[in-house]
Design a protein around this ligand. Sequence first.
Ligand SMILES: Nc1ncnc2c1ncn2[C@@H]1O[C@H](COP(=O)(O)OS(=O)(=O)O)[C@@H](OP(=O)(O)O)[C@H]1O
Ligand SMILES: [Mg+2]
Ligand SMILES: [Mg+2]
Ligand SMILES: [Mg+2]
Length: 376
Amino acid sequence: MENQKYTKELNVAVRVVHMACFLCEKVQKQLISTNSDQVKSKDDDSLVTVADWSVQATVSWMLSEAFGAENISIVAEEDVQTLSKSESSAILAMVVTAVNECLAEAPRFGLQRPDKALTTSQILNAISQCNSTGGPLGQHWVLDPVDGTLGFVRGDQYAVALAMIDNGEVVLGVLGCPNYPVKDDGLNRKSQQNLRVSEISSAEVGSVMYTTKGSGKSWMQPLIHRDMMFEWPNSAKLIRVSSVDDPALATFCEPVEKTNSDHSFTAGVANTVGLRKKPLRVYSMVKYAAIARGEAEIYMRFARSGYKEKIWDHAAGVLLVQEAGGMVTDAGGRPLDFSRGIYLEGLDRGIIACSGFKLHEKLIGAVYASWESSNL
Ligand SMILES: Nc1ncnc2c1ncn2[C@@H]1O[C@H](COP(=O)(O)OS(=O)(=O)O)[C@@H](OP(=O)(O)O)[C@H]1O
Ligand SMILES: [Mg+2]
Ligand SMILES: [Mg+2]
Ligand SMILES: [Mg+2]
């Protein structure tokens, strides 16, 4: 935790993300086993679940407790619109239960639990307090309570992502990946053997990764699971990007859904660069984690034209990769701009994250060559 300036922020953020993962694990299990009504569609037809709202409320509450509600600005994905509708009363009750059960466990993570259970209106308030739009000045927390909600609902990969932007730069990033196998090559092994996450022993699954800008180090901690007796302090190990720079040996990641990234365009780029392996399609910011941990070398993301990438889908992951030794830019080779509100404004076509300079340079060149002939 080298960057002394953010020591307290990082300390709180890491613990809070552990708590959020704890919450998500329980909700995901319930959701898969009971198939109950814990999932809603938002106005844009995307999904939101008990876990998305509950994590947002929990993180918002804990950050307010640690730093004072009046001192913090939080940019986050969810709002209370759907949750406040009368037909959502059952799901709201589930959120209240999930948040309070999670907050009660705060001491496991070295944090203080509230004196008494939060009321429904305190919880709605905590969610709606995350209504900042960020920008170039001051400090803003950036939260994606559940990234890869589709993966979450399908019992697969998802992430909890918390970052901080200070004067337009991402300075701190924490990424919780509850279903990411801890052992080296876990994702590859899982995909090769077609294992479901539930088929891997729980002690082998789940981690929280974190870093601060300029530290040159990204760290990984194992998740504290419900059935484990041990409590904080948790141990951490350094993670580092892969040293593979031969495209023929490199693994590239991309979103599972082709609505989120054009698979045929990336296949063309992969072919031009000389990538041989099948793409590793993984939900959520676990893709950035895979690059930071050295399990994959490349992450390409090319959204359809008209879609604007949001800062919470990238901030924590980008910093983790950079501090672990990797490079992340847009397709024009420029850094991503987190200083202009909730969107990555000015993004040139797509996002390319690589373990090193050589692969990155080749990919940018291949995008340049392939773009003209694509219909993106
Ligand atoms: N059309 C389109 N294009 C690109 N990106 C989009 C699009 N629509 C949504 N989103 C955002 O994608 C986030 C999920 O990205 P993933 O990489 O997990 O995608 S995938 O599920 O593996 O296909 C997802 O994050 P969550 O909502 O947190 O799951 C969205 O913010
Ligand atoms: Mg969403
Ligand atoms: Mg997201
Ligand atoms: Mg989300």
